[in-house]
Design a protein around this ligand. Structure first.
Ligand SMILES: Nc1ncnc2c1ncn2[C@@H]1O[C@H](COP(=O)(O)OP(=O)(O)O)[C@@H](O)[C@H]1O
Ligand SMILES: [Mg+2]
Length: 309
């Protein structure tokens, strides 16, 4: 079976041996899924770490099949799709945890929001989709398997312990500052929700009856945090600060969110996101890195001082 080389690389990088084994079983898995659901799968989409392809049912209905390495990621995506269900997100038609497969409603024509030329229009579309994602309120008693904003703070703390000298372009001072912001945000959070967790241009697709989100990771935290992924994607080479400012204004107005908290989440998360992309060759995502300073500059211009309690 001919697989996209980037897909093979990513799966091997993320899942190591388990990923290599899974790739070997894919042809058999596909046959099993086709037989179980009485469908015929087509050529896959452009893949990253999951095998996703359009398919046609025996009755001629078009669907999408997403095959994942079974485990927590798969379970969380399915739980998040269920929790966020409604007009804003793709519908689940079937699933099998053992096979790691979900059958999804096909979003057609399926262009991603990155294909939208107008920055403002793309933001408005995203805000309208986001309005429809009504994740439930989470209390201390809820036993959910999703990762949380608190886990993100803890993972930054662990990174600092493991890299006391800093990480690539991120100095120790920068890491400590971001951790302080994360702690402040988590300690002052009033209401937590089930969030999409990976809401960005490439996970928002054009459908016949409007745009739909796909591919939630599931996360627990404030909605302000959920918009940061979008902020960090599809940025211009120059003038990042202006674009971020426009996005912050549009999202906070459209979705009635707290501007200062959104900026602080932007700052703290872009530090974490930059660290995640840092590799052995010294490479990292330059856009993520640039947004760190931009979020801080915008915050300071508006709040006057850093982190007022
Ligand atoms: N329900 C769907 N309808 C149409 N296309 C889809 C659907 N789900 C996924 N795709 C296509 O498959 C690609 C990969 O799917 P995605 O769920 O984002 O996988 P990953 O988790 O690996 O990022 C998407 O970018 C999109 O082009
Ligand atoms: Mg995706």
């Amino acid at each position: 079976m001919d697989l996209q080389s980037g897909f093979v690389q990513s799966v091997t990088h993320y899942f190591k041996e388990a990923g290599v084994k899974w790739l070997q079983t894919l042809p058999t898995l596909i046959k099993e899924i086709e037989a179980k659901y009485n469908i015929k799968m087509g050529k896959p989409y452009e893949l990253s770490i999951n095998y996703v392809a359009p398919a046609r049912t025996f009755e001629g209905e078009e669907v999408v099949v997403k095959i994942c390495l079974p485990g927590l990621g798969f379970e969380c995506e399915l739980d998040a799709l269920e929790n966020l269900k409604g007009g804003g997100i793709v519908q689940v038609l079937g699933s099998d945890a053992k096979l790691g497969v979900m059958i999804l409603q096909k979003v057609s024509p399926g262009d991603t929001l990155a294909s939208c030329d107008s920055e403002k229009e793309a933001c408005l579309i995203a805000a309208n989709v986001y309005k429809e994602l009504k994740g439930s309120i989470v209390t201390e008693e809820n036993d959910l398997s999703f990762s949380t904003a608190k886990n993100r703070e803890e993972s930054l703390r662990k990174m600092i312990e493991e890299h006391p000298e800093g990480i690539g372009p991120l100095s120790r001072d920068r890491l400590d500052d971001a951790l302080k912001v994360f702690t402040y945000l988590n300690d002052s959070t009033k209401k937590r929700y089930v969030l999409h967790g990976d809401f960005h241009h490439y996970n928002i697709l054009k459908g016949e009856k409007g745009w739909k989100a796909i591919d939630p990771k599931g996360l627990v935290g404030e909605r302000e945090y959920d918009l940061i992924q979008f902020m960090l994607n599809v940025l211009p080479e120059a003038g990042i600060e202006e674009v971020l400012m426009q996005r912050v204004t549009l999202f906070t107005e459209q979705l009635n969110l707290d501007r200062k908290r959104l900026l602080l989440y932007g700052y703290a998360h872009s530090v974490l996101a930059t660290a995640w992309t840092f590799d052995e060759e010294g490479g990292y995502n330059k856009h993520f890195f640039q947004t760190i300073e931009s979020f801080k500059t915008i915050y300071l211009a508006e709040a006057g001082e850093w982190l007022i309690k």
